[in-house]
Each structure stands twice: as C-alpha cells, then as structure tokens.
Write a protein that binds this ligand. Structure first.
Ligand code: TGC
Ligand code: FAD
Length: 399
C-alpha cells in the first residue's frame, strides 16, 4: 500500500487511448512512458496533495525525477541526459503532469530552460561542469527571463551586465521564477552595454545574489516560485554562454519547454477525465449513476474528444520535432490549444464531482488551479494566439 496522503484517495488512474495511439508508439516510447507512469503513481500521487496544501516543494522526488529521465530526456547521454527522442520527452512530461503541473514545471525548467541552453549555447567546459549534475538532480537550476515590468515583452528587459575586465558586474531583478528559492544555478538573461541579450550562469553563493520566495499562490503550490535579485553580482567571464545571443536565444529554449507543456497538459486533462468518469459511474442521484444522465455524458464525450484531438496534434508535433521541422508557431498552437483544453476539462470535471470536487480528496481542483499558471507562463494564451495570427498573416500585432 503506497497511499500515505492524509487527504487524497489512492491513485486509480487508467489512461484513455480512444484512437489506439499506442500503435503509433515504439516499444521504447511505451517503456519510457510506463516507467514514468509507475513512478508517478508510487512517488507523486501519494504525497502531492499534502505538499500542495502546505505550499511546499517535495524535495524527496528530485532523485527519482532524474532516474525516470525527467531531467534532460533528450540531452545526449555523454552529458548525463537520457538521449531520448522528442516523443519520449513528451510522454514523460505527460505522465509527470498527470501527477502535478508543479512537478512537471520543475522538470521542464531543469530540462528545457537550464540544460538546453547550456547544451546548445554553452561551451564544452560548461556542458561538462553542469549537465551531468543537473541530469541527476544533484544541481537544480532555474531560468530568469521575466522581469517585474517585462513579462510578455521580455525584449524590453532592464537587467544588465558590464564588462569589468576580469569579470562581469550584473544588476537587476527577475520575477516569477520557478525553482528560484532553492536553485543551485540560474540561467539569467541580461543585456550587455550595447543592449544585446546574453545568457549568464549565476551560482548560488555569489555575493549580491538573492532568491526571495513568492508566497500566497493559489496555483502551482507544490512548485517553489521566487525572485532573482542581482545587486552588483560579480559573474566570472567563463559563465557567459558564448554560442548564441539576442532574444532568439531565450525564445529558442521556450520552444522546447512549450512543446513539453503541450504534452504535459494532456496528462492533467487525462487525470481529470479519468477521475470524473469513474465518479460518474459510482455516484448515484435520483436512483441512477450520474453518468447515466445526458448532461454528464455530454461533458465526458466532449472531454474524450478534445483529449484525443490534442493527443493527435501533439504526437504529430513530436514527429515534426524529431525530423527538425517543427516551427515556433506550430509549437505555440499546441501549447495554447492543449492547455486551454485541459483547463476546460478540469473545470467541467470539477463540476461533475459536485461538492466533492472542491476537496483535496480528488486531484481535479489542484489540476484546475495549477493550469491557471500553465495557461499564463511560457507565453500567455493571448500571446500564443497572436503568434498564430502573425504566422498566418505576416503582421505582428504585439506592438
Ligand atoms: P521578435 O522580434 O519576434 O523576435 C526577436 C528575435 O528572436 C527571434 N526568434 C526566435 N529565435 C529562436 N527561436 C524562437 N522561437 C524565436 N522566436 C523569435 C526572431 O527571429 C528575432 O531575431 P532577430 O535576429 O531578428 O533579432 O520578438 P518580440 O520582441 O516581437 O516578441 C515576440 C513574442 C511576443 C512572441 C515573444 O516575446 C514571446 O514569446 N513572449 C512571451 C514571453 C514568454 O513566453 N515568457 C516565458 C518566460 S519563461 C517561463 O514562463 C517559464 S515557466 C516554466 C515552468 O515553470 O514550467
Ligand atoms: P503581462 O505580460 O503583463 O500580461 C498581462 C495580460 O496582458 C495577459 O493577459 C497578456 O496576455 C496580455 N497582453 C500582454 N501583451 C499583450 C499584447 N501585445 N496584446 C494583447 N494582450 C497582451 N518566467 C521566467 O522567466 N522563468 C520562470 O521560471 C517562470 N516561472 C513562472 C511560474 C509561475 C507560477 C508563473 C505564474 C509565471 C512564471 N514565469 C516565469 C513568468 C511568466 O512567463 C509570465 O507571467 C508570463 O510570460 C506573462 O507575463 P506577465 O505575468 O508579466 O503578464
């Protein structure tokens, strides 16, 4: 018996696969997916509700996340990553977010926003120094792009560094940073004296660097969020990522993270659907299961239809990414569609459980609250709509 939570019921999850999508997966995909699924059932489901209620990050899962390939699934094995393809990466994110979006956040940030830029934009010395430790979870990283006055418009950032000859001097502040309160390193985006954006690796313990925690969140409560404050931080010159600069560098990382979120959101939606379906067969009102009523069947039928459409969209995107053909706009469409789909399903599923839906005995309300962050971070729902709009018309409507 692995059920240890004081509040949540045992995890009885059964994955919906209405269009037999398993037939599109290789044996390796299924093995990776099943290992992640079993780990979530054993290590995340029994504890996550309590940690979310207490607004605490469950540090004990970090090692296991590394073991299932949750840190750098597609990073080459020579750097400690799992060397998997993009579909395996997506399936891992789906399974982790089936457990909790906050846990998937930790995995996304570490993999796509910290390991990815070090791998892609760093030099060999930086790769060897950081990637193996990030892959096991010995180091936890965070990604500082958003600032108090520059969220959707990160190109306006004011965090900056000056060349002092033997080091850089970093000043400014980042806000809403996942993992910040306990991260060992931060990949920070800042402007040089010419206004060009570069990535710098800032390490905990550097003088003038602090990471105050952001409290009072109603969402992603099991994920730690904080600020990054740089007050004349001396950053060694060897900590600058040398191989890419400009806003395109952080946006390139976001492509990878948004792709993972598109898969992750399906996991949250599947968990809500599966819970509501089971409840609808067990809950008797007016002498029959609520699942035998047309109104509840309408909700369930729409849920499984939308999940199936999202699964197909995302699987195809994975194939395109494996072939190196997926565009930023295609990724953006999948992130926007799937998170919106998951949020709608969570809201409907919550209603299907009546009063029980608002309690921590079931995962639905936690997913619903979490998804309010997921629909906002990595580009808001509206920003992704504008990215699609720009892609099809050629006119950027942001400015
Ligand atoms: P724009 O002029 O369009 O582009 C600036 C430069 O970047 C290039 N570029 C890309 N390069 C690589 N990959 C991409 N995906 C790229 N997209 C654009 C572009 O070609 C250009 O290059 P160059 O050489 O011409 O300078 O930029 P813009 O300032 O107009 O902004 C466009 C916009 C609004 C789409 C972009 O700023 C945006 O996506 N905003 C949303 C911000 C966002 O998503 N922030 C996320 C922060 S991180 C986070 O939320 C983590 S949560 C993690 C978790 O907990 O899971
Ligand atoms: P704003 O940009 O101020 O947007 C406010 C509203 O205006 C939104 O509805 C938006 O869609 C709309 N809007 C903005 N511009 C336009 C426009 N041109 N046209 C029409 N509407 C527009 N950031 C990081 O760098 N690293 C992290 O690890 C990270 N983790 C996060 C974790 C959590 C829990 C949260 C909530 C956020 C996190 N973020 C992180 C920040 C996140 O990426 C930003 O919150 C997001 O990009 C939106 O920025 P903002 O909150 O400043 O909203």
């Amino acid at each position: 018996m692995t059920f240890k939570s004081k509040t949540m019921r045992p995890d009885l999850f059964q994955s919906p696969d209405y269009y037999l999508l398993d037939e599109l997966l290789s044996d390796e995909h299924k093995m990776v997916r099943d290992a992640a699924r079993a780990w979530v059932k054993k290590e995340v489901s029994p504890i996550i509700e309590d940690f979310a209620q207490r607004a605490e990050f469950p540090h004990q899962i970090v090692k296991g996340l590394g073991e299932i390939g949750g840190f750098g699934p597609y990073i080459p094995v020579e750097y400690g990553g799992a060397g998997l393809d993009q579909i395996s990466y997506g399936l891992i994110m789906q399974e982790i977010e089936r457990g909790d979006s906050g846990v998937r956040s930790t995995s996304s940030v570490q993999s796509s926003l910290v390991m990815y830029p070090i791998w892609k934009y760093g030099n060999e010395e930086q790769r060897m120094k950081y990637l193996p430790k990030l892959a096991t979870g010995e180091f936890i990283g965070c990604f500082g792009l958003t600032e108090p006055d520059y969220g959707s418009n990160p190109g306006g950032m004011v965090t900056n560094f000056k060349d002092m000859g033997d080091h850089y001097l970093l000043n400014g502040a980042k806000m809403w940073i996942s993992n910040a309160p306990f991260a060992d390193i931060a990949v920070v985006w800042a402007k040089n004296e010419e206004g060009r954006i570069h990535g710098l690796i800032v390490e905990r313990g550097m003088e003038g660097f602090s990471t105050p925690e952001t409290h009072n969140k109603w969402s992603l409560r099991a994920s730690a969020t904080g600020e990054l404050i740089f007050d004349n931080v001396k950053v060694p010159k060897e900590n600058l990522l040398p191989n890419k600069s400009g806003l395109g560098a952080p946006l390139g990382c976001l492509d990878s993270a948004r792709y993972g979120i598109a898969w992750g959101a399906i996991g949250a939606a599947m968990d809500c659907y599966d819970t509501a379906l089971r409840y609808s067969k067990e809950r008797i009102q007016f002498d029959k299961p609520i699942g035998a009523t047309q109104l509840q069947q309408k909700k369930l039928a729409e849920m499984i239809t939308e999940i199936t459409k999202a699964q197909l969209l995302t699987w195809r995107l994975g194939v395109l990414r494996n072939d190196g053909k997926a565009t930023t706009a295609q990724i953006s469409m999948a992130k926007r569609n799937n998170v919106d789909m998951a949020l709608t399903i969570a809201r409907d599923a919550r209603q299907m459980l009546g009063g029980m839906g608002i309690t921590g005995e079931y995962s639905i309300m936690r997913h619903m609250m979490n998804l309010e962050s997921v629909v906002t971070y990595e580009g808001t729902h509206d920003i992704h709509l504008l990215i699609t709009g720009m892609d099809v018309t050629g006119f950027p409507a942001f400015k």
